[in-house]
Design a protein around this ligand. Structure first.
Ligand code: GTP
Length: 433
């Protein structure tokens, strides 16, 4: 990965970290959403309900005073088994309702005047199509809670404290699997006198009702943060993989480039080495070339039966050729001589220009008799060949075959002595060393 990409990723990680911390702090200390019903301003949403429709004699009436909606209740505990008065707050028209499951608490600001205990009962009525219908208000599921009203009238109730009323479940014969508390579609909230009441005058003064929650719940926020981090990690991993692949391809290209350069260098080295080992005039091996040739062929422990013969060949009276026809013609003769002899020797043999007009034929595995025959053959073809300017050219040969343990220099020396004898014996002849 490039440094730039790495820096961008680092900055992104830092930003994500800061964002996560900020969101968590904001969720904890802020991010609040409130659904507020004001007792005075929203008084039209309230209506009084009492037990008269159920055979009771309690009478509930609504009033506006003290910046609040007030339920005044003349409660008669004698006429009906469960006497009550209440203020019903309409949040929506069923089947629509407010999704209170997105809120955490219900905050009440109420005052209670009561001849009995200081309790209120609160109902959150949820519309659920499985059993609720528009004609029967009692078909809305009853989630209830009874609370004690403190002197300052301020109560904060966690919504999870509400429970589905068992009396309602029994009365409506609700299947067990549908009896869980749900607040996802609440059209109606009721604030009522408690279960245990005595006859007398009650007064419930509702100043405000607030449902409070967070725009994003802690669970959802944590889930979002985890997903964001996983996504970030995935992107990082992906970029790493891409960078790795790029590096891999680059390395492979570099390797193949190096291999190519190596091959070229090897070829060049081979060419140079060949050049250093070859006599430029005749194209046969020079002494350097012979050295490498012998390194491959020559061993002190070479068995005698393997044989190794040397034919020392020297052109006769070459000085005269130079003197008579010129140096260039002399060169041509040397070149032609090398070609002629080169054609006669085996692939395994080496033809070496030893110096001037002196040549060596080195024949691994060639016994003395065969070496002698080879020398004779060379002598004969040189004599028989046609040369520039119609001149006659001959050569003399000294032959030596290696004896076990003999050094190469000693072998050459013997061949040279044989050559010397051939020269002394009149030239154009072969002598054995
Ligand atoms: N044209 C030419 N002449 C060369 C070259 N190298 C050596 N020579 C000549 O070869 C001649 C060798 O002369 P000598 O050593 O006297 O031998 P020779 O004349 O062949 O006499 P014998 O060997 O005794 O038969 C010299 O004149 C060298 O100048 C070369 O590369 N080209």
């Amino acid at each position: 990965m490039t440094n730039r990409a790495l820096n961008i990723l680092r900055i992104a990680m830092l930003s994500l970290m800061l964002l996560s911390i900020c969101l968590l702090l904001w969720q904890h200390f802020g991010m609040t959403r409130v659904l507020r019903i004001d007792g005075q301003q929203d008084s039209k949403l309230f209506s009084p309900i009492d037990d008269r429709s159920l055979g009771g004699k309690s009478i509930a009436q609504l009033e506006q005073a003290n910046q609040a909606t007030i339920v005044k209740c003349a409660l008669d505990a004698t006429a009906y088994q469960w006497p009550f008065c209440e203020a019903s707050l309409r949040l929506a028209a069923p089947p629509a309702g407010v999704d209170l499951s997105e809120f955490d608490t219900m905050a009440l600001d109420v005052r209670l005047v009561s001849p009995g205990n200081k309790k209120l009962r609160i109902y959150l009525r949820n519309y659920e199509p499985e059993f609720s219908n528009l004609t029967d208000p009692l078909s809305l599921k009853v989630n209830e809670l009874e609370v004690v009203v403190p002197d300052d009238g301020k109560i904060v109730i966690p919504l999870r404290f509400f429970r589905v009323a068992t009396w309602w479940v029994d009365e409506k014969n609700i299947p067990f699997l549908l009896t869980d508390m749900k607040l996802n579609n609440v059209p109606q909230v009721e604030i009522a006198t408690p279960g245990q009441v005595v006859s007398g005058n009650y007064q419930i003064e509702i100043r405000s009702i607030e449902f409070r929650g967070k725009w994003i719940s802690l669970i959802n926020l944590l889930l979002g943060i985890v997903i964001a981090w996983m996504l970030f990690g995935f992107i990082w991993l992906l970029l790493e993989l891409l960078a790795y692949r790029e590096r891999f391809h680059l390395k492979r290209a570099q390797m193949s480039e190096l291999e190519q350069i190596n091959r070229v260098l090897e070829i060049q080295a081979q060419v140079l080495s060949n050049k250093a080992q070859i006599d430029p005039l005749t194209g046969v091996l020079n002494r350097e070339g012979l050295r490498d040739f012998l390194l491959l062929q020559w061993h002190d422990d070479l068995p005698s039966e393997a044989g190794l013969s040397v034919v020392f060949v020297d052109l006769d009276f070459f000085k005269r050729i130079n003197d008579q026809y010129g140096h260039a013609v002399g060169d041509e003769v040397l070149k032609q001589f090398a070609l002629l002899v080169g054609r006669e020797i085996r692939h395994a043999d080496a033809l070496v220009r030893w110096g001037g007009e002196e040549f060596l034929v080195v024949s691994p595995g060639l016994p003395q008799l065969a070496a002698s025959a080879l020398a004779e053959k060379i002598r004969a073809i040189v004599e028989a060949a046609s040369w520039p300017e119609g001149m006659r050219v001959t050569c003399s040969c000294g032959v030596a075959t290696r004896v076990p343990g003999e050094q190469f220099s000693a072998l050459i020396e013997r061949a040279d002595q044989a050559l010397y004898r051939a020269k002394g014996g009149g030239r154009n002849r072969v002598e054995l060393g």
